[in-house]
Design a protein. Structure first.
Length: 149
């Protein structure tokens, strides 16, 4: 039989440990990759239909984006950039697609996506560039919280 002096600290430790929540189950990498790829697909589809709001839907309201003058904040900063450089006529000047897309989990609630965007058509030379985006799982699903394109 264990002395009472030892039993009390052991019982206290067991009680404290029982209150610690279990860590969140890590999402399956393939499922996250599929979800984020689906968001990229929806942005390209919205862009190509001339629906800027669908394109912007992928961005969290608190997003940061690299602009010509450095970091800019919010979805409206992304909207201003798109209108100034790619939608000068109120519609996209070229068709958007993504290639070389790679998604890597950073934790259960965050991911990093890299790839290449390609704008083509419209009688203009193709415009391409590489991007890195940081994603967070939100109540609305996976959303970009940073875009460095």
């Amino acid at each position: 039989m264990m002395p009472r002096v030892v039993a009390a600290p052991v019982a206290a430790c067991l009680l404290a440990c029982a209150r610690v929540p279990a860590p969140a189950a890590a999402p399956a990498p393939d499922a996250v990759t599929a979800e984020i790829r689906a968001v990229f697909d929806s942005t390209a589809a919205g862009w190509n239909r001339g629906d800027l709001d669908t394109y912007l839907w992928a961005y969290a309201e608190s997003t940061t984006v690299m602009g010509r003058g450095g970091v800019e904040h919010g979805v409206e900063a992304v909207r201003r950039q798109m209108l100034a450089y790619f939608w000068k006529t109120g519609r996209p000047q070229q068709v958007l697609r993504y290639e070389h897309l790679d998604v890597r989990l950073l934790g259960p609630e965050s991911a990093l996506a890299t790839g290449q965007y390609i704008l083509s058509g419209g009688g203009l030379p193709d415009r391409t560039g590489w991007f890195t985006t940081v994603w967070a799982r939100t109540t609305a699903g996976w959303r970009m919280i940073h875009d460095h394109s």
